[in-house]
Design a binder for this molecule. Sequence first.
Ligand SMILES: Nc1nc2c(ncn2[C@@H]2O[C@H](COP(=O)(O)OP(=O)(O)OP(=O)(O)O)[C@@H](O)[C@H]2O)c(=O)[nH]1
Ligand SMILES: [Ca+2]
Length: 485
Amino acid sequence: MEPEMDALKVKILPEHQSSPSSTYTVTKPKSKSLILLLIATVAVTLGLLYVFSSNPVLLSGSLFCPLRYSVLIDAGSSGTRVHVFAYWFDQYGEPVFDFGEKHYADMKLTPGLSAYADDPEGASVSVTNLVEFAKTRIPKIKLRTSDIRLMGTAGMRLLEAPVQEQILDVTRRVLRSSGFMFRDEWATVISGSDEGIYAWVIANHALGSLGSDPLETTGIVELGGASAQATFVSSGHVPPEFSRTIAYGNVSYTIYSHSFLHYGKDTALKRLLESLQNSAENSTGDGIVEDPCTPRGYIYDTSSQNYSSGFLADESKLKGSIQAAGNFSKCRSATFALLQEGKDNCLYEHCSIGSTFTPDLQGSFLATSNFYYTAKFFELEEKGWLSELIPAGTKYCGEEWSKLKSEYPTTEEEYLRGYCFSSAYTISMLHDSLGIALDDERITYASKAGAKHIPLDWALGAFILDTVTPTSYYGGKSRKHLGFV
Ligand SMILES: Nc1nc2c(ncn2[C@@H]2O[C@H](COP(=O)(O)OP(=O)(O)OP(=O)(O)O)[C@@H](O)[C@H]2O)c(=O)[nH]1
Ligand SMILES: [Ca+2]
């Protein structure tokens, strides 16, 4: 995304703003005809201003509404992504967001920062590269007034606090010297509840339901690498520990938001394999236990370094005790058992996953991240996809690994190996545990939403919310109410 060049050739800048590179300097006219040319140019410009002023969008980002920039780094378990936003405030002081390629750019690097637990300094390379990418998308003159923030999610949440801080301190050092506007407290690990709210915000912004009737909004269920989120407006009772209230425009939303830590696709698969290994070690038979979530013939010789998330167990340790024996219904039962672990510690009227309360899901939902990747791989219909996933997963889990590799030669093995597991896990989570009916057409899978196909990345929701509502980031103010950005 090149900084948007100005539509007009002659800029009349507000006096407080230095003239950016795109402004042409009008030189002293040498003759009468030049003076006439200058007068004609100014007259045409004023005429255009009058015409355009009735249509602010055309003026946005160039004349009275200069582009502003913000950078957000999402430190996820399977990768770190930098998001670069260009935005402006219209003549009413309202922020204008555009996530098209002219005003938005992103890049992802693997592995995630949590993979540097044993070498926190190693995280600096990743963050430096992401910062350099961001700098290619923002005019140099704007860097010092553009904020950069880093938000860690489940991958970082799973680290011991001291290790988290070591990695965060490394990122703070890089961000301090980046040339962007930065404060140490802007590199943090966010709560799962915040992560869910941000994803809900971008989804409803994209769908145009942000600011409308709460019961018209769309919920989000997201299956990440190390955590899963469920976020939606519930008309039922929500205990305060699961309830979040956000105001957008003049509408207040009371939202159920929870992040199921350890229940991401990668961490759940790791837990399943570890539990199988434990039962192999405790078995009285030949010490080999079947793994119903991995296609027959798969050899557990992948060291976790080969996986982007770094969360999958070092599978080579599993050799000799676990045998791949893909079987969808057995995998669905095994993953359901995983989701029900800890249920006897439930303190609520009912718990959906572990000892966590979830109100009955209501309204429409978007299923994102690994739910999306799995449904997309099986080329399922967007509506009614859950019921289709069962036969598709049953067939896939029953295939030989060598056949799958030859059938999908361009699919990364890390992903190919996980589709048996993720198909069964999707059903045991969304249907068996959260109670979504298999034929419920209100839940669709997606990675983008709305007429403008906006990416459903929680980071975009964080950017929106922090621009329009006061946050601790700016001493209780929002970007909208601050002069510097
Ligand atoms: N099948 C498939 N899986 C993918 C692809 N890209 C990413 N993933 C998987 O999707 C998950 C990443 O989704 P994200 O929501 O970005 O998860 P994350 O941010 O890395 O992890 P969290 O810290 O839990 O949020 C990981 O499990 C990846 O292995 C893809 O192209 N295909
Ligand atoms: Ca994520």
